[in-house]
Structures are given as C-alpha cells and as structure tokens.
Design a binder for this molecule. Structure first.
Ligand SMILES: Cc1cc2nc3c(=O)[nH]c(=O)nc-3n(C[C@H](O)[C@H](O)[C@H](O)COP(=O)(O)O)c2cc1C
Length: 360
C-alpha cells in the first residue's frame, strides 16, 4: 500500500481512484444528476459556516465516540449505502464491511449491492450493520432480502425514499455505462429472474413507484427493526416520517444524483432538526469530506453523518485497507477538530460552535 501512504485526504483518494477506475465506472460513482448543481452545492454548503472554537478547555482526553440509534460507534461518521462495490474491487462489500468493523463504525449495505446481506454478515459478523431498502415492484423479493437482513443481525433498515426512479445522470449516458451481467446484483437478478446487463436506470425500473408513507409503518411493523427514512429534504416530510413510526431520518439528496436543483443537505438540516429533532435521530449525508465538516453538521443538530463516495475511492485504490485508511483519516481529522474547538466529545458540540460565514 506504499502508493496509498501519500494519500492524506479524501481529495487525494479520489484522484488516485480516478486513475485506476474505468471512465464509465468513475463517472457512475462521481457523477450527479442534470447540471450537477446540487452535487456541487453539497460541498459548497460547508463553506457557508465558520467554526467558533473555545479556548483553555482541558482537551487532554478527546474521544470521537458517540451513540447512534442507542448503540456505540467509534465516531459519528458512518458508511452510506452505495451500490455495486464489485465495480471498485473484487472483494466488493465484504471488504467495505470488514473495514467498517475495524474502524468501529456502522456499515449500511445497499439493496443494489454485489453481495447478499448474509454474505456480508459472514464476512464481518462483528460489524454494526444496517440494510438499505429499495422496494421492488415484486414485493416478495424485498421481503426476502429484509428477512435475510433481520436474520443476519442487521440493526436497522434505511428506507430510501428519494428514488421512485433514478435521476437523469448524463455522465452515464455519455460513457454508455452499463452494469455487466457478471457483476451479479443478487436483488436485481431475483427481481428480473436471471442475470442480464442493465443500465442503472433499468435497474431502477424494478422499483415500486407506488411506495407511500404507509409502507414506512409496514416495514417497521413487519421487520420489528428501527426504520430510518433516507432522502428527506423538508420539515413537512420529516414530520410525516415521525408520524409514521420512523426511528430516524437521513437528510439527504442522494449525493446530488436524483433531483438536480434541490438544496444541499447541510442547508436543510436545521429545518429538519427544528421540526423533529426532539423526537428522533436526524442524520445527514452529502459532501462530507473533512473532520471539520462533521463538526459543522453536529453543530447544526445531526446525530451523525454518512459518507458515500470517499469509501468507494478507498475501496477502488486499496480494497479493505483503503476503506479503513479513509475512515481512520476522517476520524483523526474529527478528533483534531474537536480538540481545537475545545470539545472533548461529539456530545459537547452545540450550535454555539458555528456561525454563518459573512459573505465577502
Ligand atoms: C455510486 C453511488 C451509489 C449509490 N447507491 C445508493 C444506493 O444504492 N442506495 C441509496 O440509498 N443511496 C445510494 N447512494 C447515495 C448515498 O447513500 C449517499 O446519499 C451519498 O453518496 C452521500 O453523498 P456523498 O457521496 O457526497 O458522501 C449512492 C451514491 C453513490 C455515489
């Protein structure tokens, strides 16, 4: 991993990943929808805040440990569900899960994974694992995967609600990106009855566009697992999620990959926290690339954040070790940021540690 030694931040990992991935795969991972305005805004939103550090606080012992959904995590930064890890590395989601376990954080497995929930359980039984749910038109396929996750000790279901169909991703159109049949996406194969080559949009055609708030309740009742609703961008939907039995919310615009023109996740976080923050856990994802980004999100009321693309960059460059290095680098960045802000733990971070940047 000697080349990886020089990769000291997520930007370095992205550059290295770009050089090893086929252009179609890189475009699929990196890209957003439409003009990619939301994709870029996710990053820019963090620049709209400044830190307000406090001095002469004893920071001889700083921890990044926290609790998420009532259980311990080594840090308030989790692995977001992302599809198709085999495109990045032959050890696919198994490598990612092992790295998350070693880093002591939560791994959320995608429905569009190139591994089954049971395979990931076997590879990293000690990892805290959540399962992300896309509901297929064939509800039997979804039920089978959810049952497998429940049996495998997954702790929560993350119902993604911003993808009744996939966003308009022009990079994929330009590169002609298709998921080759040897990538074997077990859920999709089950939904269509056999292995076929498919574009991302063709995979999403198998999702059930009739999904409604009632399904949130049904999923929680049937699985008896906490359900997080991922993809909420308004106070109105946050209240509906709460009223339909959600245990948590992930404020997310799917990494800018769905509806271009929606706000950055960070920009709507305060609205959602104000609406439901006393009732359930609010998480966010989108554009988190630095320990200081995590701190800003915590200050604005997030219980934790998730990262999508940086994990894929680590996986592409150096498999399990790469993902572990990315997670550990971000954990150390957060630890340093907490110490320099005079916060001995994530729980100490409040709104007083940030202020809007003045426009100049
Ligand atoms: C290549 C890729 C695949 C993704 N696949 C899924 C998925 O299968 N299910 C899902 O809920 N979200 C998916 N997402 C969205 C992520 O869970 C997350 O919301 C987003 O990546 C966070 O933004 P970030 O990449 O800027 O950290 C995907 C994102 C990327 C980049």
């Amino acid at each position: 991993v000697s080349a990886a030694d020089e990769l000291v931040n997520t930007r370095d990992w992205e550059r290295a990943a770009r050089s090893v991935l086929a252009p179609g795969v890189y475009g699929y991972y990196a890209g957003g929808a439409g003009d990619e305005r939301t994709l870029h805004d996710n990053r820019r939103a963090f620049r709209r805040w400044r830190l307000r550090p406090r001095m002469l606080v004893d920071v001889s012992e700083v921890t990044t440990e926290c609790t998420v959904l009532g259980a311990r995590s080594s840090m308030p930064l989790l692995v977001a569900p992302t599809a198709l890890h085999k495109l990045a590395h032959p050890e696919r989601e198994l490598a990612t899960a092992r790295a998350a376990a070693r880093a002591g954080t939560v791994m959320c497995l995608s429905t569009i994974a190139t591994s089954t929930p049971a395979e990931v359980t076997a590879a990293a039984p000690e990892a805290r694992r959540w399962f992300q749910v896309y509901v297929f038109r064939d509800r039997g396929v979804t039920k089978a995967f959810v049952d497998e996750a429940v049996d495998g000790g997954y702790e929560a279901l993350v119902l993604t609600v911003d993808a009744p169909l996939f966003g308009h991703r022009e990079r994929d159109l330009r590169t002609g990106f298709v998921v080759p049949p040897e990538m074997a996406v077990p859920s999709f194969t089950a939904a269509v009855g056999g292995p076929v080559a498919a574009t991302a949009a063709e995979i999403a055609e198998q999702f059930d566009p009739t999904l409604s708030w009632r399904d949130v309740e049904a999923l929680a009742t049937e699985s008896r697992l906490p359900v997080l609703v991922k993809g909420v961008l308004t106070a109105e939907d946050a209240r509906l999620a709460r009223d339909h039995g959600a245990a948590g919310i992930v404020v997310s615009n799917h990494g800018g990959r769905q509806l271009d023109g929606v706000p950055a996740s960070l920009d709507v976080l305060p609205e959602v926290v104000e609406a439901v923050g006393d009732d359930l856990e609010v998480l966010m994802d989108g554009g988190v690339r630095r320990g200081t980004d995590v701190l800003v999100a915590l200050a604005l009321g997030a219980r934790a954040v998730l990262i999508g693309r940086p994990v894929l960059w680590g996986l592409a460059v150096a498999g399990e070790e790469g993902v572990l290095r990315v997670l550990e680098q971000l954990r150390l960045e957060l630890e340093r940021a907490l110490a320099l802000c005079g916060c001995p733990s994530p729980a100490a971070v409040t709104a007083a540690y940030v202020a809007p940047a003045s426009r100049s």
